[in-house]
Design a protein around this ligand. Structure first.
Ligand SMILES: NC(=O)c1ccc[n+]([C@@H]2O[C@H](COP(=O)([O-])OP(=O)(O)OC[C@H]3O[C@@H](n4cnc5c(N)ncnc54)[C@H](OP(=O)(O)O)[C@@H]3O)[C@@H](O)[C@H]2O)c1
Length: 363
């Protein structure tokens, strides 16, 4: 592992300055947009009890970030104005507080300075965080640290629990996955295939559909932007047993008319509605009664106590090559906001990540 460079006294970071009413503003320099890029912010090296300093190497961009900007009741507190934008990140442990409790916790976690770790770093080059919130990650020639922001991290856990617990999928069932070419969706498609299901992927555009079919091996991939989408859905899916939904809106509403009796729908996300200040409600919900079907929202963090179960299975799928990983990589903290906006336009195939640090990228 390359030696860590000396920690500078200033860093670049992105802070939230204005809450958006609809879409996020791409302006990161005037202070009038949603975010502001600060190029010479101080690095806080004073570590209190239980704290550590991380040098960020990769950060995650997630659709959920849009929700974290709204000052409304949710599963997590909104990001405060003038605070660094919250984000999952991976990087290297630079320093640990020296009190006995922190030293003992570091030993328990098998952590020492220089190790690769995963935590909520935020969009900044150096993050001071509680050691309790830091997980050690195993990086190798085959496993890039950034994979822990995707299939081996929160999106992988989301796909796993949404399918195995909320949808309770069984071998032989027909499973529909929307947002199928993204971070969560592409893992969900592959887990459902591994578990013996017939998988119909729904994604935007011919290239994404081709990748899902030819590389990930789904049974069929449907382009929701095609004018024949509903017809193709009826003909290809017939009626489904389970649906893992990432997009909500019109696609979900239509899918409510294509449920088998006792179908289960996991409401993972609704990206089609995140920028809409007044999203339209579902019209076809009466089918839930006639088909005795279930629709259930879930938040991955509620499975935290069971992450280890999924970790083991996901790592074995990745190591055996059964689960393929694709990333859409951007470089430079200044591209975080543009990349986040890109999620709403479908720029990514696979997990979108941003390289922040100057550390080597082997994979
Ligand atoms: N419940 C939880 O705990 C949890 C955890 C993680 C993520 N999520 C949710 O899971 C979903 C997927 O997250 P992700 O990180 O994997 O993102 P992602 O799928 O990698 O990226 C978002 C994708 O959404 C699609 N999209 C954008 N606007 C759309 C629209 N109007 N209609 C249909 N599709 C649209 C785009 O693909 P196309 O080109 O195919 O349109 C885009 O690539 C999000 O809704 C997210 O909020 C939930």
């Amino acid at each position: 592992m390359p030696a860590l460079p000396p920690t500078p006294s200033t860093q670049s970071r992105i802070v939230l300055v204005n809450r958006p009413k609809a879409a996020i503003s791409p302006d990161i320099s005037s202070g009038k947009g949603t975010f502001l890029l600060e190029k010479s912010a101080p690095v806080d090296k004073e570590l209190g009890k239980g704290e550590c300093l991380i040098r960020t190497e990769w950060v995650s961009l997630d659709p959920a970030m849009r929700g974290w900007l709204n000052a409304t009741r949710s599963y997590i507190a909104p990001v405060e104005i003038n605070a660094v934008m919250r984000a999952g990140g991976v990087g290297r442990l630079v320093a640990l507080a020296t009190d006995a409790e922190t030293t003992a916790l570091a030993q328990k976690k098998g952590l020492q300075v220089g190790d690769w770790v995963s935590t909520l770093t935020g969009w900044q080059e150096y993050a001071k965080v509680g050691l309790k919130e830091v997980q050690k990650i195993q990086v190798s020639d085959k496993i890039s640290p950034s994979y822990y922001l995707g299939a081996l991290g929160m999106p992988g856990q989301t796909a796993y629990w949404g399918l195995t617990d909320v949808c309770d999928i069984k071998s032989g069932e027909t499973v529909v996955v929307t947002g199928a070419a993204g971070a969560v969706g592409s893992v969900a498609c592959q887990i459902a295939k591994i578990k013996g299901c017939r998988v119909i992927a729904v994604a935007g555009g011919a290239d994404k559909c081709r990748w899902l079919k030819e590389e990930l091996g789904v049974d069929a991939a449907l382009d929701y932007k095609s004018k024949d989408f509903k017809k193709e859905f009826r003909e290809t899916v017939g009626y489904f047993d389970a649906m893992f939904d990432n997009v909500g809106g019109e696609i979900l509403d239509f899918a409510l008319t294509r449920m088998k009796k006792f179908a289960r729908i996991a409401l993972c996300g609704a990206i089609s509605a995140y920028n809409d200040p007044a999203p339209r409600g579902l019209q076809a919900y009466l089918n839930l009664i006639s088909q005795c079907a279930k629709i259930q929202g879930f938040i991955v963090f509620d499975y935290a106590k069971r992450y280890k179960e999924a970790d083991a299975e996901l790592a074995s799928f990745v190591n055996s090559g059964q689960l393929k990983i694709r990333e859409h990589r951007l470089t430079g903290i200044e591209n975080c906001v543009e990349g986040l906006l890109g999620l709403f336009e479908g720029v990514n195939t696979g997990k979108i990540v941003v390289k922040i640090g100057s550390g080597e990228t082997k994979l």
